[in-house]
Design a protein around this ligand. Sequence first.
Ligand SMILES: [Fe+2]
Length: 451
Amino acid sequence: MPAHRRRYLQGPFAPVREEVTAYDLPVSGRLPGGLRGRYLRMGPNPLGVEDPAVHFWGLGAGMVHGVRIRDGRAEWYRNRWVRSAEVGAALERLRRGEPQPPGMPVSPNVQVIGHAGRTFALVEGGLPPHELGYELDTIGPCALGGTPAGSSVNSHSKVDPRTGDLHSVAYVIGRSFAQHVVTGPDGTVVQVTDVPMPGEMPFLHDFALSQNHVVLFDIPLRFSIAAGQFAWDREAQARIGVLPRSGGPVRWLPADPLYVSHTLNAHDDGETITMDLIVAEGPLDVTDPGAIVPVLERWSVDLAGGRVERRRIDDRAQDFPRINDAFAALPHRYGYSAISPLYGMPFTAGGPHPDVAFTNALIKHDLAAGTAQVHGFSREEAVSEAAFAPDPEGRGGEDEGFLMAYVAAPERGASDLVVLSAQDFTGPPLARVHLPVRVPLGYHGNWIPDA
Ligand SMILES: [Fe+2]
């Protein structure tokens, strides 16, 4: 059995078995005053019958981990499975001590966002968003305010801070089109544009949003009906689709056949769209994503000339790029990413054990100065995406705020919520909230201020 099949069931990835509620968490350092809200982060937490022979990261039910912060106190920590009908049934069987049927029940496991005063767990590909209550219990599947029936959103829906609109790209495996869906600040859908996608559906995990455009990435990672999963198509012609936000049609431009993992941000400058994004050379085997080396690039889309120019910004293996979301779709100076424990470490026979220590760090990019700062953690402190929380007592400066991330605290057999100052990025953390349990490495999350 390939070792990488086991990697995502062990070490810092190992799922947790219980839902926990804890109040008044101990804090080292000082939580910034004025922060009032929840830091929520989603990830797969397999439930049911684990089969290492077929397992890979991304399989399994979603679990959200949240910390509520108010007036300098960490009021609670909660972790909850996202209860789709099948996850709810599996948990009920567990409660009764009954055996589980083969397979793993699924629920949205990639992202958790706040919009229109509500909380949504997201995944792409066809599973509907699930609404969560403030304390993370599942309310149920929902259509995000009227997304076309049977449709979905993708994992990286983005809010335009100037309009309050939520932009999503929806796609469903087996369909011959994707959709750009705009949900207004009140939670109702205000615009849907179909984008024809004949042939095998590409992995539309993320997209870019500027003031005037939505950019889709038609990359060589395509859903293979025969394989039953996404697979790298070496023959595929890669392209980017530029869709005016005012409505179609989409315009396709040729692009290099790279894996586009995530976008940092994008903005318009006349006839040019500037996008910062994380890309990697393929091929990508979705069951062994550690084999690729994702890096940060800036792509300039010349709409007049119909060309895409690439420039490398940072060669270090990194992913999970984030900005201060107040600058989404606008020019930005700063970006944050994680030197992930996942990347640049393919598993081969006799290769490193999944528990082997790795480089763990967060990076702050100053894209105007062309410099970067690194906040390193110790060898065992697994860290992944950090979300930006604006300082409510600040003046709205782009890096006036905090980075929040769960970091493993192996000496306690648990995890901390670490809060860094974005302006004193290499300084010691402002605060560490000591959680009573371990938070497995996961995907994406957000600081969701209270309304
Ligand atoms: Fe993602």
